[in-house]
Design a protein around this ligand. Structure first.
Ligand code: ATR
Length: 275
């Protein structure tokens, strides 16, 4: 008897994760045999869990906070993009227990932006990024890959933006957080990668007066879907793309590898995850 393929998302905390709904929706939609669960794993238990999962019939996993960086040390093979980002969010367990690690966050970001703003041209001008955390790293790699001519970065803690500049090089310009609004004067792509504006977090307060109406503006925060940041951008005439699609699209490569079908991200997917 062949076993039902099983995958999971591992993190801590994990109860808020939308990934089980997402993968559950796709499994049901395509009538595929498979299971996808959420497993809470502490830092101390991470290695043991990764060694156990393949023995329990798991063929892969998504990795979320706080394990995206530490999981790399247990991987036997790492994709170039995960190496460049320094973190992994998608694992494939080989039959012999070896672990293959990838990072699909940048892919998810880009696929969401292209789907939500089909006319977006990465080469049209600089991209302005608020924030310099893990999500910003993945997004910078994706933007540079897409041919964005310059990336302007501003973060509350300036040394973190400087570190990204030294990791990713010459195309990055760092702007002080108190001057962050000034990044917008010639930016044609504008991204909030901070947690500001998320339900329960502080408001996004950087002045957006210099936002250009031809800029495409996106937020990685998806709760609420329409953040104040996106509302202000829409009021300024910008095309806006909400952050939910990044989460949905980042799940596509993993699902395809584990369950053998490249899944769609569309209105049906969004509704299933938001239900
Ligand atoms: P992620 O992996 O999702 O990017 P993270 O690494 O914790 O998460 O990064 C969160 C980002 O939100 C950081 O850029 C953080 O700024 P700091 O590096 O200064 O911490 C930013 N952020 C969080 N709360 C903030 C606040 N109140 N004001 C400004 N930036 C904030």
């Amino acid at each position: 008897m062949t076993q039902i393929p099983r995958a999971a998302v591992i993190g801590n905390p994990i109860s808020h994760s939308l990934s089980p709904k997402l993968h559950g929706h796709w499994l049901q939609r395509y009538g595929l045999q498979g299971e996808y669960s959420a497993i809470q794993v502490t830092e101390d238990d991470l290695e043991k869990t990764l060694r156990d999962l393949p023995k329990r019939g798991f063929i892969g996993a998504n990795v979320t906070l706080p394990h995206k960086v530490s999981v790399m040390q247990f991987a036997d093979q790492i994709t170039d993009r995960a190496t460049l980002i320094g973190a992994a969010n998608t694992l494939i367990f080989k039959d012999d227990g070896r672990i293959f690690a990838d990072n699909t966050d940048g892919y998810g970001f880009m696929a969401n932006l292209r789907q939500g703003a089909p006319a977006w041209d990465p080469k049209a001008g600089p991209a302005a990024i608020f924030g310099a955390g893990g999500a910003a790293r993945a997004i910078i790699v994706a933007l540079a890959d897409a041919g964005v001519p310059e990336i302007i970065l501003s973060n509350r803690t300036r040394p973190k933006s400087e570190a990204l500049k030294s990791d990713f090089g010459a195309r990055i310009r760092v702007v002080d957080w108190v001057q962050a609004g000034k990044m917008l004067t010639d930016a044609t792509t504008v991204i909030n990668t901070t947690s500001l504006g998320m339900k329960g977090a502080q408001e996004f307060k950087v002045p957006l007066d210099d936002l250009q109406p031809d800029a495409v503006v996106t937020d990685i925060v998806y709760n609420p879907l329409q953040t104040d940041f996106l509302k202000s951008a829409a009021a300024a005439g910008c095309v806006t793309v909400d952050g939910l699609g990044m989460l949905l699209h980042q799940g596509v490569p993993g699902f395809e590898r584990w369950f053998g079908k490249r899944p769609e991200v569309d209105e049906l997917t969004r509704r299933a995850v938001l239900a």
